[in-house]
Design a protein around this ligand. Structure first.
Ligand code: M6R
Length: 615
């Protein structure tokens, strides 16, 4: 949801901004822009609004800017919220005097009333964005004679909503002022230069030290360092954190796109996520925790909150936790959780699942859970992200940076981490013997090699996708943990290929969706060998009787369920509760090939952003 980057200090140049934006592009690509300031007090702005070509064109335009005497710069890649993608709406936004520039990620919720007030005062607006309100608000404050820093502090108090923004002014050359509230923003340095950015990959190749800002912080950044102020104006501190991601992990490394690279990285990501978590027989460890085992023993209910693909991982966890602990598990889409009255108290464990750890809906749900007195745990991929810092405990997926907008390796890593959580809870609740937990952990750590077997089917799955590439509609069906896998298969297909796709519990087909089945539909059935195998076979018969095409994902020995003209994709048979880790992989590959066959850009699907930091 918009990527922002800023640089200040010796040797700063515009290419640092465009390189950073390249790594933030997954956050939005409706337009791209930057502003650089020079030591003689000049400012230059470049903006391009040409969809996915914006950044390449910006790079070209920017190459004409002389690097000599640049002292600071800010850059932005946009995912449109207020105002359609267009040049006037592209960031950075200037004030009336064109001496001040602002980039923002988030939403100024009360922008309309602020805009009316500013227009009445004579400010002239040139865009439809909420961000331009910030430029004029800062200008208005600075007209009273205060510094840029003071103007940001005062203006931040007047704005509602979750946002992070960075401002620079020709009245404060060599200074960037950033503000963060419930939208990601980190600071980095290499000693000579300081950076501010939405996410680690943007500055991974430039910074050697990384710092977090707390919510409602204002940071003044110059070549000499950073001064941070809390909401009440008092001085506060940044927290340093360690980044063990390599630059390689944020690059395509020979793959055609990030999505295929990340699909192939799944065995490694899962291995890393599982490695070393079992410490002593039956004892699973969190990364960070302030919840004791005694506290967990008092838990009588688990509540999982998440969005999108993370929600599907949470759904798998519901089946596993209920089965292994006998505790009830509720599951909620984060944006629903916070606006109803969830029954949560101090004996509830709320688990927030999020790759980014920044998704605003899930972050807000986590805040709500804490307010309600629940014990909380975050399952996140980004170390030190907002959720990781807010929750009482953290269990990290160790999948490395995921750049493709469609989540793949972080999904399987999330399921792995959540299964570990389920095992930990079962141990504490005394539902499984330590030896049983050890046995399940052993089965888990064998899963990466099973995923490798599925990855070997890359080309044959492409042929299946090719066969059905002209079909109109796709239905994914599954039972038990096959249901969340079906949901995830449908989400992957629709988000990158834009084909109508739905996931259903197979038993629900006859209660409505079956009306949609005809010869233009394809049904993909999750049919691993479990106690429900025969039931799904009956559901496949129902599909066949409506002339829809059938693709079966099943285990060796089940090939006979298909008929002439149908397709069987074999996946290794594993413990039923671990099966989603393996069974989802052919669906990711199918979606990938289908999108490529249709000529779509798998890493940058239309209308989407990877990290959704608006409501
Ligand atoms: O960072 P999060 O896991 O909280 O993100 C949640 C969803 O926005 C995300 O999973 C989204 O559905 C992806 N595009 C799925 O591929």
């Amino acid at each position: 949801m918009c990527g922002i980057i800023g640089v200040v200090g010796e040797g700063s140049h515009a290419k640092q901004l465009t390189d950073g934006l390249r790594r933030l592009e997954y956050r939005g690509y409706d337009s791209a822009g930057l502003v650089v300031t020079f030591s003689d007090g000049e400012m230059q702005r470049r903006r391009v609004a040409n969809g996915k070509n914006s950044l390449s064109e910006l790079e070209l335009e920017t190459s004409e800017i002389s690097s000599e005497s640049i002292v600071s710069g800010i850059g932005h890649t946009r995912w449109a919220t207020h105002g359609r993608p267009s040049l006037p709406n592209a960031h950075p936004h200037l004030d009336c005097s064109e001496r001040l520039a602002v980039i923002q990620n988030g939403i100024v919720e009360n922008y309309a009333e602020l805009k009316v007030e500013l227009i009445e005062k004579g400010h002239i607006f040139s865009s439809e964005t909420d961000t331009e309100v910030i430029s004029h608000l800062l200008e208005d404050e600075m007209r009273t004679g205060v510094t840029l820093l003071e103007a940001v502090k005062r203006s931040a108090l007047r704005m509602r909503g979750a946002m992070s923004f960075v401002a620079l002014s020709l009245d404060a050359v060599g200074e960037l002022v950033g503000f963060k509230r419930m939208a990601p923003m980190i600071i980095g340095t290499n000693g000579d230069q300081w950076f501010i950015a939405s996410d680690i990959p943007a500055i991974l190749d430039q910074a050697t030290s990384f710092f977090h800002l707390e919510d409602d912080s204002v940071a003044s950044i110059t070549k000499s360092g950073v001064e941070v102020f809390a909401k009440d104006g008092s001085r506060s501190e940044m927290t340093e954190f360690v980044v063990d991601w390599t630059l390689d992990s944020a690059e395509k490394a020979g793959y055609e796109d990030f999505m295929s690279k990340e699909i192939f990285e799944q065995p490694g990501a899962l291995r890393d996520t599982l490695a070393g978590r079992l410490r002593g027989s039956g004892e699973i460890e969190f990364d960070e925790t302030s919840i004791s085992n005694d506290d967990l023993a008092r838990i009588n209910k688990v509540f999982i909150v998440a969005c999108g693909t993370s929600f599907h991982a949470g759904m798998v966890a519901k089946y596993a936790i209920e089965h292994w602990t006998k505790m009830p598990v509720e599951l909620d889409i984060s944006s629903e959780f916070r606006y109803r009255d969830p029954v949560v108290d101090e004996r509830t464990l709320v688990v927030a699942v999020s790759q980014s750890g920044e998704t605003l809906d899930t972050l807000a749900a986590l805040h709500e859970a804490k307010n309600l007195g629940a014990q909380t745990i975050a399952v996140c991929n980004v170390v030190g992200s907002s959720m990781a810092r807010l929750a009482d405990s953290v269990l990290y997926t160790r999948a490395g940076p995921e750049v493709g907008v469609a989540a793949t390796k972080t999904h399987t890593a999330q399921i792995g981490a959540l299964l570990l959580l389920a095992l930990k809870l079962s141990r504490i609740k005394g539902q499984l013997f330590p030896s049983e937990i050890d046995g399940l952990y052993q089965e888990l750590i064998e899963i990466p090699s099973k995923i490798e077997e599925v990855l070997d089917k890359w080309d044959s799955i492409r042929s299946v996708a090719q066969t059905f590439s002209e079909r109109e509609r796709f239905y994914f069906i599954g039972r038990h943990v096959g249901f969340p896998v079906a949901l995830e298969g449908a989400l992957k297909l629709k988000e990158i290929s834009y084909l109508p796709a739905e996931g259903y519990p197979a038993g629900e087909l006859k209660h409505g969706p079956i009306a949609m089945l005809d010869k233009n539909a394809v049904v993909i059935a999750m049919a691993s060998k479990t106690r429900l195998f025969e039931k799904i076979v009956s559901n496949i018969e129902e599909v066949r009787a409506r002339d829809s095409a059938v693709i079966v994902i099943g285990n060796s020995g089940s090939e006979s369920v298909i008929r002439e003209g149908e397709y069987f994709i074999e996946v290794p048979q594993v413990h039923p509760l671990l099966a989603p880790l393996v069974d989802v992989v052919p669906l990711q590959i199918f979606a990938y090939h289908m999108a490529r066959i249709h000529g779509e850009d798998v890493d940058r699907p239309r209308n989407l952003a990877k990290t959704v930091t608006v409501e």
